[in-house]
Design a protein around this ligand. Sequence first.
Ligand SMILES: *Cc1c(COP(=O)(O)O)cnc(C)c1O
Length: 375
Amino acid sequence: MTQPADPRLDFRSDTRTVPDARMRAAMTAAEVGDDVYGDDPTVALLEARVADLLGTEDALLTPTGTMSNLLAALAAAGSHGPRGAPLLVVGEDTHMAFLEADGLRQFAGIELLPVPQRPDGLPDPDAVAAVLAAGGGRPAVVCLENTSMMRSGNALDAAATRALADLAHRYGAHVHLDGARLANAAVALGVPPAELAAPVDSVAFSVSKGLGAPVGGLLCGTHAYVARAREVRSALGGSMHQSGVIAAPALVALDRLPELAADHATAAALAAGFATVPGAGLLRPPRPTNMVMARVAGLTPEECARRLAGHGVRVLPLPNGFVRFAVHRAHDMIGVRAAVDALAAVAATAPVARTTSEGAPAGRGLTTTAWTEES
Ligand SMILES: *Cc1c(COP(=O)(O)O)cnc(C)c1O
């Protein structure tokens, strides 16, 4: 096994936040019932507060964001109905496409239909329209992701969300938003989360990413939709009894939503530091949040991550050629400086890639990647 990482230098994921004293005290003091009987007051309070935050009629606590997304698909389009499993249209570079496709196939009988995404993370509207038009009236669910995982955590604004949702609605589709980091998007854009959720039919929200609660996803939508999801949750074995003990720290987490701005400032400092490192490249989204994606000329993401770990800095290598730094409340400027120094050291000792015979720019130090030209 690997060495335990220094939390300030562990940038692998914002799920790695740990519950602090206030959260643990809230767990100890939580009033509980049995949520399967519908009488856990702390769960009820959390569900009401998240529904209020997102402007939906109702919300359902689930163990994970993954289960929220699975329930979202199953509750959306009556995959038990006579017309067969719904078409599930997702961006090809999303958490659902990368990490949830197997579960959706095995447990919902749904094959995902991945479509390309724009640089801001929005599924390409023409591609979505083409898939829906070819669907021949099959029930369909169109999924968005905000923030966009593989677009360096870009925050999608309400106008882009609405444009795609309106298009999908014209085809009668249900629109689901994987909003595991919707709180980050809202803080970065300076709008209430409800504004970003308004155009869609259901939202999967997470309290265990940057908000810092130990456990919890919430699936939000209309009363009828959430009631269906509640039945499916039970069938999947996701109903929980004294779940007030996990709802209590989640309520603390909700109070901390504005504090995500500090994470975004830390991530901006990290990006600014990396931009000064010769040989390092950055994926810069139009509306950054708490992610920084970097690469070093001549190194694969896996090798880059391995070498950074040699300096005590932990990151996640991604299939898009970059390593991910996910900033959260445990991070500070000391860790930022250490991470910039580590990336500089890795870049300084990276194999000098040579220009290929075709003259491709493989050997030049990547300068800061201006990938957002078109947006
Ligand atoms: C983390 C994440 C999920 C899944 O949440 P878990 O609670 O880890 O199951 C889903 N979608 C996105 C975009 C995520 O970042």
